[in-house]
Design a protein around this ligand. Sequence first.
Ligand code: HAM
Length: 413
Amino acid sequence: MPEFQRPRGTRDFGPGEMAKRRFVESNMRETASTFGFGEVMTPTFESTDLFIARSGEDIVNEMYAFEDKGGRNIALRPELTASVMRFYVNEMQSLPKPVKLFYYGNMFRYERPQAGRYREFFQFGAELIGAPSIEADAEVIALALASLKNIGLEEIVVRIGNLTILKSVFDRTDLTEKAKKECRRLIDKDDMDGLSKIMPEKALNELMMLFSSPEKSYEILNNYEGGIYLLKLIKKLEAYGFDNCTIDYKVARGLDYYTGMVFEIDAPSLGAEKQICGGGAYKLADLFGGQEVNSTGYAFGFDRIMLALENSDVKISGKKLDAYILPIGDNPNIKTDAIKILMQLRDAGISADMDLMGRNMKKAMKYANNIGAEKVIIIGENELAEESVTVRDMTSGEQELISTSEIIQYISK
Ligand code: HAM
C-alpha cells in the first residue's frame, strides 16, 4: 500500500484523459473566441471577504478558507464570477461595453464528494458585462449552447427561468427576507413539500400553477413581465438556431446574486449530478465598489461535461502519436539520422517519438501499438545506405520505403 494517497475529492489525470480534456477545452476556447469573448485568468486564491461580500458568511463553511502566514483571511476560489467582477472593477471599467470575457480553471468547494461532485473541479465560464439587454442574455445562452454543440454533446435539457417572477409572487406575501431565501432554496432543490410548509396558501397555489408546464400556457406567461421577457428570449434563441430551450420557473439558482433571467443545462445521462451548466443575469460591480452594471454569465462544470461525453456516442480520441522512430543497430550514423528525422518531423508540427530503450523490432512494434502510434519509421543499415526510411502503417500493417527528403510530406498526408 503506497504511503500517500490523493486528498479526498481530488483526481489525477493521466496523459490519455488529459488529451481528451485539452481537446474539449480548446474547442470551447475556439467557440468563445468566435463569439468575440476574450480569455482572462485571475488568482487561484482571493481574500475570503470577496466571497463573503457576494454570498454571505455561510459560504465560508463551503470553502477552503484559511489564515495565511501574514494573518490574512484567504480562500481558494469556489467559482470565478466574483474574481472576474473584482478584476473588472479594478481594471476594466473604462473599457468600451460590453466587456466579453471567458475563463477556464480549477475551483475548490468543501463538499461531500460523490460521482460528478468533487472538492477540486474545473469550470469553463463566460461573463458578458455592461449590456443591459435581452440581446446580451441571448448571446450568453447561445454561446453556452454553441459550445456544447461544437463538442458534440447534443443530449441536453436547457431550462430558463426568471427570478423576477418568483420575486413578484414572494413580494405579495408577508414572508421575511430570510424565509424568502429559504423558499428559493427549496424551489431550487425541487422540495415542494418543504415549500408548502412555509409558503402561504394563496402564493403556493400561484406557484404551483406556474410550475405546471408554463411553456404551454402563454396566458400565464403573459401575466408576468418576466414571462413576456422569457417568451421573447426563447424567440431570440430560435433565431440563433437553438430551438431546444424550455421555460422552467423552478430554476431559482443556489447563489444569491442573480437578478433576473437564470438558466441551467442538464445532461440527463449523468443521473443525480446532471447539471452541467448554471448561470444568469446578475449585478455585482457596485457591491465590489464599482459602478453598477448589468452582467450575464454562466459556468460549465467541465468535469461533468467530460463524463457526459463519455456516456454519449461522441468519441473523442486522445491525440495519437503520428510517428514512432526506431533506429536499428549500434551504428552511430543511424542514431544521428534518426534524431535529425525526429526533429524535422517535430518542427513540422508532426508528433513524433523515438525509441530510447534499445528495443528490438518485435518489442518496439508492440510498444508502438500500445502508445497508439499511427506509423513506425524504421531506420537500419539498408535505409541508411539508400537515404531512405521504412514506414510501417500500424493500422494496415503495410510497409513502404520512402526517401528521407519526402518523409514529412508522406507522414502529413
Ligand atoms: P454553479 O451552479 O455553482 O455556478 O456552478 C456551475 C457548474 O459547476 C455547475 O452547474 C456544475 O456543473 C459545476 N459544479 C459545481 N460544483 C461542482 C463540484 N463540486 N464538482 C463538480 N462540478 C461542480 C457558478 O459557479 C456561477 N459562478 C456561474 C455563473 C457565472 N453565473 C454567472 N456567471
